[in-house]
Design a protein around this ligand. Structure first.
Ligand SMILES: Cc1cc2nc3c(=O)[nH]c(=O)nc-3n(C[C@H](O)[C@H](O)[C@H](O)COP(=O)(O)OP(=O)(O)OC[C@H]3O[C@@H](n4cnc5c(N)ncnc54)[C@H](O)[C@@H]3O)c2cc1C
Length: 313
């Protein structure tokens, strides 16, 4: 903990909570805190709120309260709710470091003219798709060659699959769904490589068995080959990892799968005053509705902490 003289850094307003990440989890927490009468600031790296919802070009059929909306429409609604709640928002600000200071926290990053101060910190920065391991003879960060696509989203939808030979790596839902998508969009061939299959039966049963190769495999991203076979595209679906490098100074505990460990009732991490919600913590099945619920949990826990009350749901 750095005990900085109060005005030296992060002068100006001391917010009740700095919420980092403007996806469903962060937006929900900000709206609840503002509506409960507190002063949150919502910090988002992109120039628009909505998080991963913006990468979902399809109908969101998992949100029972918003039938028939696409991901970007759900994202637009989140931004509207934040605006109507009068939340202070900082867009295009990528947080690079957070640290404990005195009774609160200091947030610094690109796009922030000066460090922000807050009594509580809410990490809602979501996940990024895991990519291929960087070859030993390459320095990270590596720019993958054209045709290597990581994770699901709009960049997959933007591809022209017609006549292409496509390899899909991974055995989860995303791998099977996107293999089916490439076939549907006219790929010449699709071969899915998986060490084991974890996907739902509804996806696995639709993909012809001849398209699935089970067991170990070797990838050469620069030659764009899998087991020596050349492909026009290699799509990688290796799951997700939390975006929290900026919070390393807090020494937060991780779960066995690498996500931020939290108290299930309050979303508080092992560091008092620091909360982790949504996909960065993966406390529940990752989706918009659970991210929204997590936002409420953290907001209510912060309220209880500020008012010195026992936490109750
Ligand atoms: C292709 C696709 C389709 C999906 N379809 C559905 C669906 O139909 N229904 C459903 O319920 N869920 C769906 N999901 C999942 C859903 O989008 C996520 O579960 C949800 O968005 C997670 O919310 P979150 O707030 O935890 O994180 P995110 O939505 O990832 O938001 C995190 C935010 O933090 C920002 N951020 C990250 N690092 C920093 C930093 N250092 N500084 C500042 N800001 C930062 C990011 O820019 C991002 O805006 C889909 C996901 C994908 C990828």
């Amino acid at each position: 903990m750095t005990n900085l003289p109060e005005p030296a850094r992060g002068g100006g307003k001391n917010y009740d909570a700095a919420i980092i990440g403007g996806g469903p989890a962060g937006a929900s927490c900000a709206v609840w805190l503002a509506r409960l009468g507190f002063s949150p600031v919502l910090i988002e790296g992109r120039d628009v709120l909505g998080g991963l919802c913006r990468s979902n070009p399809f109908l969101d059929e998992w949100n029972a309260s918003l039938p028939g909306m696409t991901g970007p429409q759900v994202a637009d609604n989140l931004a509207l709710s934040v605006e109507r709640a009068g939340v202070a928002v900082r867009l295009s600000c990528v947080v690079e470091r957070v640290e404990a200071a005195g009774q609160g926290f200091i947030v610094t990053g690109s796009g922030l003219a000066e460090p922000l101060r807050a009594r509580h910190l809410v990490l809602a920065t979501g996940v990024r798709a895991r990519s291929l391991a960087v070859p030993a003879d390459c320095a990270a960060p590596l720019q993958w060659p054209e045709g290597i696509l990581t994770g699901p989203g709009e960049h997959i939808v933007a591809q022209d699959f017609r006549g292409k030979r496509v390899a899909v790596l991974g055995g989860g839902d995303n791998a099977f769904e996107n293999a089916l998508y490439a076939l549907e969009k006219g790929a010449q061939s699709v071969q899915l490589y998986a060490r084991n299959v974890r996907a739902q039966r509804q996806f696995v049963s639709k993909l012809p068995q001849a398209c699935v190769a089970l067991g170990p495999y070797a990838v050469d991203p620069r030659a764009r080959t899998v087991n020596g076979q050349a492909y026009d595209m290699i799509m990688v679906f290796y799951g997700w990892e939390p975006c929290v490098g900026f919070a390393d100074a807090l020494g937060l505990q991780r779960s066995a799968r690498g996500f931020i460990a939290t108290d299930m009732r309050t979303a508080q991490t092992g560091c008092p005053g620091v909360y982790a919600i949504g996909e960065v913590a993966q406390r529940q099945h990752p989706c918009v509705v659970t991210a929204l619920a997590d936002g409420v949990t953290a907001a209510k826990a912060i309220q209880a902490r500020i008012e010195g009350l026992p936490f109750s749901v």
